[in-house]
Design a protein around this ligand. Sequence first.
Ligand SMILES: NC(=O)c1ccc[n+]([C@@H]2O[C@H](COP(=O)([O-])OP(=O)(O)OC[C@H]3O[C@@H](n4cnc5c(N)ncnc54)[C@H](OP(=O)(O)O)[C@@H]3O)[C@@H](O)[C@H]2O)c1
Length: 270
Amino acid sequence: MITGATDGIGAAVARALFSRGDHVVALGTNAAKGEALVGAADGAPGTVEFVRADLSLVSTTRQVVERILDAHPRIDGLVLCARYFRTTRRETAEGFEDNFALFYLSRLLLGYGLRPALERAERPVIVNVAGPGHDTPIPWDDLQLTRSYDGVTAMFRSGRLVDLHGVAFAQRHGDGPVRYVLFHPGTTSTGFVGEFDPATARFVEQQKASAKPATAVVPPILGLLDDPPAAPLTAFTADQEIDVRSALFSPRDADRLATLTDDLLARVGD
Ligand SMILES: NC(=O)c1ccc[n+]([C@@H]2O[C@H](COP(=O)([O-])OP(=O)(O)OC[C@H]3O[C@@H](n4cnc5c(N)ncnc54)[C@H](OP(=O)(O)O)[C@@H]3O)[C@@H](O)[C@H]2O)c1
């Protein structure tokens, strides 16, 4: 199962998987891109099923979890790629800062929610494609950046939060079979979906011009799916392992964040 599977790295991984015979569940919001992905699998040895869902909504993500659990009692791998850049701060209908909701909350809900199906697989793994190892400070008293927001900070902040979520997941479920991997792809030419101010849009286009293609990131991700690391939690920048015992992956911070997040999520009714 892949979130953000209609574009960029997620789409490249989806194509590689169905091209070799796997069954892929692909999540995204854009129906045209979803149909194009399904069309690309025509005649392939594997299959792809497009699930259209706005994962920035907690209620929708919870429904997706239920639907996937019903349809797919066993999941071998979960690849988390969905993200949406916003120059201007926006809140979802549920009152969460949009990037916080999509990049952090949906990944947490999908990881915990789909765990029963993952645990039925032989060597299950969650590959959280983000930016592990970045040292952006965590704004503990303003996690959703109400006082001071910019799109780049929001993205890096969410990267830190998913790193700590990985730590919490491994603390809670490290005795089980699911391995949690935080994966930094490095600068990659992808869809970079979002709403950008002109200066940021120009910067993104410059980055894309010299960046590697999304297909270059596929081999290390397939490697992690096919042969998950032995440790409950690992982090990589491309092929380079990052030490998850550093202060950036503090178990105490992970606990603190988990408690704050549980409180926030408890306020969202189904
Ligand atoms: N590209 C890089 O240079 C780079 C560098 C470091 C880390 N990363 C990380 O790698 C991951 C993948 O990045 P990418 O560059 O491949 O992304 P991308 O090309 O911008 O694609 C983002 C994906 O997220 C989906 N998405 C956006 N909003 C959504 C929503 N509300 N609900 C569900 N899906 C939604 C999009 O699908 P729709 O268009 O169908 O909505 C699209 O498939 C991200 O986590 C990113 O932080 C990328």
